[in-house]
Ligand binder design. Sequence first.
Ligand code: ADP
Length: 318
Amino acid sequence: MQVRAEAKGLELGAELRGPLPETILTDPTRLRQILINLMGNALKFTEQGEVRLRVRFLDGTPPAGDGGASPTLEFAVSDTGIGIAPTQLAVIFEPFRQADGSTTRRFGGTGLGLAISRRLAENLGGTIAVESEVGRGTTFRLLVPAGPLEGVPLLAEPSLTEQAHPTDTGVTSSPLSEPLDCRVLLVEDAPDNQRLLSFILRRAGAEVEVVGDGRAAVDRLVGVPADAHHTPPDARFDVVLMDMQMPVLDGYEATRRLRAAGYVGSIIALTAHAMEGDCAKCLQAGCDGYATKPIDSATLLQTIRGHLRERCPERPAR
Ligand code: ADP
């Protein structure tokens, strides 16, 4: 998220307000998924200012908010972005709903993130609510029951650094520090994602060229058939990162056309949400693998490295 905020010139802050229980009992994967979606949206729909996550503990003594009587953690994600009109506030949690007809065109997305987040929050026993003012910003409030807290210490001054357990990410070494020696064609229409992904890839050491839709990718990769055998090696790409949802020609069709034209290089699909069936659909279209958005830089770099090694086993594992 920090990388994305920096790429857009936004401030990103997190505040843990004590006292906070040292541990809670919940599903960390789902909780993280909801927060990633809320923070991702906040960054997506904000052009200036800041995105902030505030965490506090509602101990269950009234008035503790909608959390009711049980101890609850509140995560408030606020932004200074475009805001949401009052008429739209009621519907944005419905599947496939976006605030207005121009949202897909302007920002992309599927209108599923909030529907999934609300479902997940409810499955954790919690709720999500939203307050917003057009042109001023939006705050999403996620309430999650803390679970039984007997014997759990309350931290008066919790700090973010103390709580960051590197093992949580499942990544033992830092892939960001190992140079990624390859050329990547990034096929992505959303300027925000273009910036973010190029930033991640270039910072990792890759050379990146960006095209904005599937047709441009097909032109770039197999556009001049007579030239196919004479493409100088430095103009070839080790990996194509293909967004699947794009205007003009989407990633599925672009991949099908590339494969039909004999393109054999690695194509890794980027799909908007981890939807059931998505993976199979990408592979059917001819992709070699896929990564899901919101993009986790470590996972993406690992995926790319895996494909480079598969294609070229003698390549040193670096
Ligand atoms: P998506 O972002 O893929 O369109 P979501 O379900 O995550 O789908 O969000 C639904 C809609 O709610 C968005 O399209 C956008 O119109 C609106 N929205 C969500 N978060 C924000 C926000 N922080 N600021 C303004 N609008 C938002």
